[in-house]
Design a protein around this ligand. Sequence first.
Ligand SMILES: Cc1ncc(COP(=O)(O)O)c(C=O)c1O
Length: 339
Amino acid sequence: MSAFIDALNARPRTTLAHTPTPLERMSNLCTRLGVEVHVKRDDCTGLAMGGNKARQLEYYLGAAQQQRADTLLITGAVQSNYVRIAAAAARRCGMQIEVQLEQRVSGMDAVYHHSGNVLLDRLLGATLHYYPVGEDEAGADANLDSIAEGLRERGASPYVIHLGASHPPLGALGYARAAVELVEQLQTTPVRFEHIVVPSGSSHTHSGLLLGLRAMQCEIPVTGICVRRDAAQQQLRVVECTAAIARLLGIPNPVREDDVRVYDGVLAPGYGRFGVEVREAIELAAQCEGLLLDPVYSGKAFAGLLALVRADPPASGPLLFLHTGGTPALFAYQNALTG
Ligand SMILES: Cc1ncc(COP(=O)(O)O)c(C=O)c1O
C-alpha cells in the first residue's frame, strides 16, 4: 500500500481540482428505487465547471510544467469536456492551448457545434483545429502530432495529450489518487458500499480508480458503463490500462482480469447519442435530486446504474455512483433533450 502511495507521490503533478469531493446520499432516489444510492460529486472539482478530467489533468500538467512546455495540445470530440477543462488547466498554468475537435457524432445541429463546451473552449481562447474523421483514435493522435510539429517549427514547445491506448495513461493516476481519497472517506462513513458505478470511456477513470482501490486493499466491485465501445473492447482496454498504470508506478498490478466489470446495455445508439433510458436517467436525477447529468457520459452511466438495479438479479446496494460531470454538454444537446 505504501509503495503504491509513494510511487503516486513521486510523479510530477500540479494541483487543479477542488478535493476531496463530497460523498452524498440521494435520499429521494433511495426511496424511489428501493435501494441505497450515494453519489461522489466529481462534477464539483471546480475548474471551469468541473468534472473528472480535472483530476486526470493534474498529472499531464505536472509533466508539461516539468518539461517547460509553453503550449498544451489535446484532441477530443466536438463536445469534449476533456478539451474544455484542459483549456482551463493550460490557462491556469500560463500556457497556450490548441485543441483538435473530432467529428465523432455525425448529423448534429448548429447548437451542438457552437454551444456548450465549444462556447467555453472559445471563451478560454483555445485555437481550434478540426479532424473530420469520426472513429479513428490512431489517426486523430497522428494528426495531433503533425499539429505539434508545426508548432515546434514556429518555436513553440508543445505538450501533447494523446487519447490512444498505446500512450502512457498518466491521467489514470488522477483516479488512482482519487481511490486513496475515497478509501479515507469510507473510513468515516457508516455505509458499506457493495458496488461502485463509473462511466468508462478512455477508461482512465475506471482503470485508475479500480487499480487504486485494489492497491489500497479495498475490494468493492467497480462496474464501468460503456460510453464509446462495446463490452468486449472496453474490457480489454481496462485490463491493458491497469497493466500500464502498474508499469508507470513500478508496482505489481493488483487488478485481476476477472475483476474488470463492464456493462454496455445502454451504449446504443452509440457514442454521443442517447436513447430513452439515458433521457429517463437524466430526468430522474434532476427531478428527484436536483442533480444534473449529461447525455454523453454521466447520464449514460446513471442509466447503466438504473439498468443494473432493475436487472434480475438486481445489483445489491448500497451503490456508489461516481458523477464525473459533463454538464456543459446539456446546452449543446438542448434540441435532442427537449424535442
Ligand atoms: C464527463 C465525463 N465523464 C466520463 C468520461 C469518461 O472518462 P474516461 O475517459 O476517463 O473513461 C469523460 C470523458 O471525456 C467525461 O467527459
